[in-house]
Write a protein that binds this ligand. Structure first.
Ligand code: SF4
Length: 476
């Protein structure tokens, strides 16, 4: 089992991922399966029409975000839901911790949620002495392993069955077994006990309906429904972009999300909560709280990366990405990985340079844009980020100087020609030493030759060749 060091420098994390011979095959197997299912699900309907409609709806939400959020807040409150606003992740974490402590919670059961991963909520709650139990099977496995998720919808995509069996043996003292049914049954028994004993449930939110004040979470295991209905306190942490105007819009997004992520026509469970339990109802939470969290989303809009807020977190762009398939999610070192992670991690961060390597860790092949259910132009956003990073001078000094030198040389014909001559002589000299192709160059150019040969420059420039050709023609 590879040891994950998320604090290691980016290149080291990537090298570790590439050095793990089991990682890429496991990721490719799982992502290919999801992509094939997506392809079938989108082609069985007017997939293009669904993408267009979903994008239009999400664009409308972004254009009128303050209005929809106010409507959502009003209807939440009318339904008896307590609304909290959080400017950042620290505030959001403090609000959830406060609710837990005020209600004497000892155990918190959680449904899979990227928003709570984003603010490291488990850590915040555990620091306050609360026991946090992830109840999605994949999340439960990586919680036992002490790892963060490596995919937006399939958190344990990087692990093989052998590794999962070993985790259950080590952490739960379960006899080693390679039978997935036995492993799942063991998890189910343990998680059921946690549901019965928990005082607080926490989830994210796939979408919240403004016109009805309703929270919707989609799962395939039913754990979301238990998290939202069994404990006496239910807390939802949602990014402010998750609001949708109407029930019809929610159903539209649900279609786009499920078909794009797992290739299902509908998830097994779609749990909707429109308030705490009423006196005539047999069950449900006594309190429902919603934390509406910004945590950099408005800043994303201001920075010009608002298009990424259309994302419905389906994971299709990860599945199709040739870089993600090779290195998996942990190498990105961020809660969000793959192409969408390479955009929103730096765009959400207070300093764009915090994840400065990620916009470069892409091929710009465009496959992510083609599968995205809301047609986010991820390659363009990545190029914009690269440009902003250069403007912010986040690249190494030596690279900045090299680019300045290059700009100067390209602006002067004389310097360009001299530079070309020098490059031709030097590269052909090196090529002569190593027999044709250049196999070694001094630092920092060895970044190229460490991995591939470098063809020498042409002995004559195009201009020289052209002039010679013209002379020959004139003589004829
Ligand atoms: S960017 Fe598009 S494809 Fe990627 S997770 Fe978001 S919605 Fe899905």
């Amino acid at each position: 089992m590879a040891v994950i060091n998320l604090e290691a420098p980016f290149k080291e994390r990537v090298a570790n991922a590439l050095g793990d011979s089991h990682l890429a095959p496991a990721v490719v197997r799982a992502t290919d399966r999801m992509l094939q299912a997506r392809h079938k699900a989108m082609n069985s309907i007017d997939g293009e029409g669904l993408r267009t409609q979903t994008r239009q709806m999400k664009e409308d939400v972004l254009r009128h975000l303050p209005d929809y959020l106010e409507q959502l807040e009003r209807n939440f409150q009318a339904n008896g839901i307590v609304v909290h606003w959080a400017r950042d992740g620290v505030e959001a974490g403090e609000i959830v911790r406060g609710i837990g402590l005020q209600n004497g919670a000892k155990t918190v059961v959680k449904s899979k949620s990227m928003a709570t991963e984003e603010i490291h909520l488990n850590h915040v709650l555990e620091q306050a002495g609360l026991k946090v139990v992830e109840t999605d099977l994949g999340e439960y496995i990586i919680q036992l392993a002490g790892e963060p998720p490596s995919h937006i919808v399939a958190p344990v995509i990087h692990k093989r069955l052998e590794e999962i069996a070993e985790i259950f043996h080590e952490k739960l003292d379960m006899p080693r077994t390679m039978d997935p049914t036995e492993i799942t049954s063991a998890a189910r028994v343990r998680l059921r006990n946690e549901f019965f004993g928990a005082q607080m449930g926490v989830s994210g939110c796939n979408f919240a309906i403004a016109e009805t004040g309703t929270i919707c979470i989609v799962t395939n295991e039913g754990n979301g429904r238990m998290v939202s209905s069994m404990p006496k306190v239910y807390v939802v942490v949602m990014g402010i972009e998750k609001v949708v105007p109407t029930v019809e819009d929610a159903l539209l997004q649900l279609q786009a999300l499920t078909r794009s992520s797992t290739g299902q026509q509908m998830t097994v469970y779609c749990s909707m909560t429109s308030g705490p339990r009423q006196p005539d109802q047999p069950d449900g939470p006594e309190q429902v709280h919603v934390v509406l969290m910004d945590n950099g989303r408005l800043q994303m809009l201001e920075r010009g990366y608002g298009e990424a807020l259309l994302c419905v977190r389906c994971g299709a762009c990860l599945n199709v990405c040739p870089v993600y398939q090779e290195i998996g999610g942990h190498a990105y070192g961020s809660t969000y990985n793959g192409p969408i992670g390479a955009v929103i991690s730096p765009a959400l961060a207070p300093e764009i340079a915090r994840f400065k390597e990620l916009p470069h860790a892409t091929t710009l092949c465009g496959a992510c844009r083609d599968v995205c259910p809301v047609k986010i132009d991820l390659p363009r956003l990545l190029v914009d980020l690269r440009s902003d990073l250069v403007e912010a001078k986040t690249n190494p000094r030596v690279e900045q100087l090299a680019i300045q030198g290059y700009v100067k040389a390209m602006s002067s014909r004389e310097m360009y020609e001299r530079g070309g001559k020098f490059a031709s002589v030097a590269s052909n000299l090196l090529a002569g030493l190593t027999g044709g192709e250049i196999k070694w160059m001094p630092p920092p150019l060895n970044g190229w030759t460490d991995h591939r040969d470098f063809p020498p420059f042409a002995k004559k420039s195009f201009r020289e060749w052209w002039e010679e050709r013209q002379k020959l023609r004139n003589r004829e």
